[in-house]
Structures are given as structure tokens and as C-alpha cells.
Design a protein around this ligand. Structure first.
Ligand code: GLU
Length: 473
């Protein structure tokens, strides 16, 4: 999705890192080590397609940092995949995990294919072969490197990966922890699918609940009635739009490849999704206006703009035309360092990717823990809690002579199920990270933006754990 030929995503991550490093006290050597990608594995392998022809596939796995094990990060299937992009995305994973206190190093994988051009059987062959290549080089495993879904992949691909891994590693008791984002029936965790979108919502909601921040932007406190634009109706965009709408905001525009639609009265993401499934396009949605280009949606008047597709969509060229007050980076790297400079001048608050979209990897962490512990969340405590709640409520009813009925009763008695625990763990994680970053930003008035504050948080945490490992005495 690079709009200018010389754009290097990895370089822009390095630029943001350097901008933040100035606000830390670490030895330049430590900073150099944190920035570097530790291992880059580029592979080519042949796959026989359904029509009998053989295609050579180009693919990558990058392990950016092993300051914690395993490395963690998704695998994307896209025509745009290249080494620079995978390196940038792997670096962002390191910083993301550090900020939200998920004890992993950063990794990322990519296969340079457009998945829409292949049959399901071909995609399965490609995914399984890619997994086998990773196994051969010791680039995958519950304690080594744990992939997950990303752009163009989902739970189906993760199911193929775990099955291939387990069959190549017979008897490995923790094999299910070699990949996350699996279907629940294959060792996945409830709540992973919507995790990134829900995390985006929790992060922005927390920012919107900060009176001083809202005052500076000229906005009222809270999510209710805020106007939101979402670019990308994939898993992340769809769920972000859903949680904003359910939280009382109004999603006034949605954008996809083929164009964008606008309705000031608000759009329902699921109705738009169904319309797209039926007609092949989000355009001509009843009651909405079509916009000529999908990028037009980025420049409309709104309170919150959520780019939820690919990198480099808001850059030095179009940033001056952005009218949103808050940008929530649901995608990885949607805004370039040049765009950041424009936002700082215009007083736009950009809530950065490397913590805002950390919901996915946070719940991946919960899934990995579930796989290692071999027990479903809630199994041990659900019944106990319900029995306890029933007794407490019974006592209160006896003492007061009143009784609680209906939905309230259900709510009080309910013991936690897996999804409840996952959502609440995610909510806690996102709120804590938002507050930590804001504290860093407020504590140093020289820090120009929230991204730099987030990087400072990440650098401090990664550098500290290098110290703990005794690597840098
Ligand atoms: N691909 C997602 C990301 O960019 C999730 C990674 C994971 O769950 O490991 O954060």
C-alpha cells in the first residue's frame, strides 16, 4: 500500500524509535541492540497448484527480539509482503508486547500471495509447507516463536499451522501453544476473534474519559455521540466499529478498497458487512452516500478516525487534510512520521498502533497460557463463584426482606466464563497501558506526541529486561 516509492516502513519505525530514545538515559549500544532485528529468515518453496503448475512462493519470518521468549507476532498473506515490511512489523511487536506487559519478544511472518487468487486447498498447502519450513529451521514452537493471525489470515490458517506442527513434533505436550488465534475447538480461546477491535475501543474510551485530554481537543468527556470513521472492514475494523457503536458512538463512514460510504445518521457495521457479502461492494448501501475514493473517508469531518487496514495510509501528503480530532491506529503503521509532525502542529491526538492494537496479542498471550496450562479459563472457579454469590445474595435478601429479580439477579449470580475473564483481562490491560503512557507524556513536556511517549515506555521496559538478563551489566 506504499503510495510513494521510497517509503520504508522499517525506517519509519526506526525514526520514531530515535525520536523517543532521546528521552531515555540508556547506553547507545543498548538502544542499538533493541532496534536491531535479531533474525531474518527469507524462504522460497514450490507449491503445485490445482491446475498442475508449480509456483515458487516467497515468504518470511522475522524475529526482532529475544529479550523474552517466545517471539510473538502474526503472519500476513498479502501481495505487498516484503522483507522491509516484515522487519518493521516484527519490531512493532516487540514494543507492543513490552508496553502491555506481555512477556514476549517481537516476531512477524509474511507470505507474498494474494489469498483471494488461490483455492482453499492451495492455501492449505502453502500454509502447511510454510509451517514445515519454520519447523526445519527451528523458527516455530511454544517456547521459540508463536505466530498468530494478521492481515489476510485467520483461525483457519492457524488450525493448519497447529496441525502441521503437532504432526511433525509427535509427543510434544505443549504443541497447541505453537500458534495462537486458533479455532476454539483446536485449542483457541474464546474472545480472541474480537480482541484487537475491543482493545482499540477500550484504549480510545480510556483516552476519551480523561477530562484534561478532552478539554485540549475541545471534546466532551466520554464515547457517547462521538462521530467515528473506520477505514477497513476486516476483522479489526469490523469489531472496532461494532464496539464503538455499542458504546454509544456514531459510525458515520466506512471505507474499503472499492470506495467509502457516508451517513451522518450512523451506519451499522454488520448490515454493511452483509451488504458487501451480497453485492461484492460496500458502495450503494441503502441510506448512505458513496464517496469516489476510499481515501476520501480519511479526510471527512469526525471526532475519531480509525485506520484499520494497512500501513502508510496517512502520510505527509494527505495528513494536512485530515479533520479528525483523534486518530486511533488500529492497523500497524497507518500514519508515517511526516504525518505525526502534521498532527503535532494541528493539535490532533494520534493514539499509536503499538499499544492501541495490542488487544490481539494480549489475548494471544491468554490463549498461550491456556494451552500451557491445559485447562479452560473459568473451569475451576465458575461454579464456586456462583454458589458463593447465591449464598451472599440469599443472606442479603433475608436481612432486607427484599429480593432481586430478572436480569439483575442473573448478573449478580453469574460466575465467570472464559470470555468474561478474557474480556476483563483485556480491559484491565488496555486501561493500565493508556494511563502509563499518558503519565510518561505528562511527566515530560518536551515529549511531542503520544507515540513518542509509548516508545519511551517500550524502550524502558525492553532495556530493563536486557539488564535483568545480565546482558548489559
Ligand atoms: N497480528 C496481530 C498484531 O499485529 C496479533 C499478533 C499476535 O496475536 O501474536 O498485533
Amino acid at each position: 500500500m506504499s503510495s510513494n516509492q521510497h517509503y520504508s516502513f522499517f525506517h519509519s519505525v526506526e525514526q520514531s524509535f530515535d525520536k523517543a530514545a532521546k528521552f531515555t538515559q540508556w547506553d547507545p549500544g543498548i538502544l542499538e541492540q533493541i532496534k536491531a532485528c535479531n533474525s531474518v529468515y527469507q524462504m522460497r518453496f514450490p507449491v503445485k497448484l490445482d491446475d498442475g503448475t508449480i509456483e515458487v512462493i516467497e515468504a518470511y519470518r522475522v524475529q526482532h527480539s529475544q529479550h523474552k521468549s517466545p517471539c510473538k507476532g502474526g503472519i500476513r498473506f498479502s501481495d505487498e509482503v516484503n522483507q522491509d515490511e516484515v522487519m518493521a512489523l516484527a519490531s512493532l511487536m516487540t514494543y507492543k508486547c513490552a508496553i502491555v506487559n506481555v512477556p514476549f519478544g517481537g516476531g512477524k511472518g509474511g507470505i507474498k500471495i494474494n489469498p483471494k487468487k488461490y483455492s482453499t486447498y492451495e492455501l492449505e498447502k502453502i500454509t502447511r509447507r510454510y509451517t514445515a519450513e519454520l519447523v526445519k529451521k527451528n523458527f516455530i514452537g511454544p517456547g521459540i516463536d508463536v505466530p498468530a493471525p494478521d492481515y489476510g489470515t485467520g483461525s483457519r490458517e492457524m488450525a493448519w499451522i497447529v496441525d502441521t506442527y503437532a504432526s511433525l513434533k509427535p509427543g510434544e505436550i505443549d504443541a497447541a501453544g505453537c500458534v495462537t488465534g486458533k479455532p476454539v475447538t483446536q485449542g483457541g480461546v474464546r474472545g480472541r476473534t474480537e480482541a484487537t477491535g475491543l482493545g482499540v475501543y477500550f484504549g480510545i474510551r480510556e483516552v476519551c474519559n480523561m477530562p484534561d485530554v478532552m478539554q485540549k481537543l475541545g471534546l466532551t468527556v466520554g464515547i457517547k455521540d462521538k462521530t467515528v470513521i473506520v477505514q477497513g472492514l476486516g476483522n479489526v475494523g469490523y469489531h472496532s466499529a461494532k464496539f464503538f457503536r455499542e458504546g454509544g458512538a456514531k459510525v458515520v463512514a466506512l471505507a474499503e478498497y472499492e470506495g467509502a460510504i457516508y451517513n451522518p445518521a450512523g451506519l451499522n457495521e454488520d448490515e454493511v458487512f452483509q451488504h458487501r457479502k451480497k453485492t461484492g461492494s460496500i458502495l450503494n448501501f441503502p441510506g448512505a452516500t458513496n464517496l469516489a475514493k476510499n481515501t476520501d473517508a480519511l479526510e471527512l469531518e469526525c471526532d475519531i478516525l480509525i485506520p484499520a487496514a494497512l500501513e502508510n495510509v496517512i502520510n505527509g501528503e494527505n495528513a494536512p487534510r485530515v479533520k479528525a480530532k483523534i486518530i486511533g491506529e488500529a492497523a500497524n503503521g497507518p500514519c508515517t512520521p511526516e504525518a505525526d509532525d502534521v498532527f503535532a502542529q494541528k493539535g490532533i491526538l494520534c493514539v499509536p498502533d503499538m499499544y492501541l492494537n495490542a488487544g490481539g496479542v494480549t489475548v494471544s498471550y491468554f490463549e498461550w497460557l491456556k494451552n500451557l496450562s491445559h485447562v479452560r479459563y473459568g473451569r475451576m472457579e465458575k461454579r464456586f463463584t456462583e454458589n458463593m454469590n447465591t449464598r451472599i445474595l440469599g443472606q442479603m435478601e433475608e436481612l432486607t426482606g427484599k429480593s432481586v429479580a430478572g436480569k439483575d439477579r442473573e448478573f449478580i449470580l453469574h460466575g465467570p466464563e472464559e470470555q468474561d475473564l478474557v474480556h476483563s483481562g483485556l480491559e484491565e490491560t488496555m486501561i493500565t497501558a493508556t494511563r502509563e503512557i499518558m503519565e510518561i507524556w505528562k511527566s515530560n513536556p518536551e515529549i511531542p506526541d503520544m507515540r513518542t511517549a509509548a516508545y519511551v515506555s517500550a524502550i524502558n521496559k525492553v532495556a530493563t529486561s536486557y539488564g535483568e538478563l545480565g546482558i548489559f551489566p
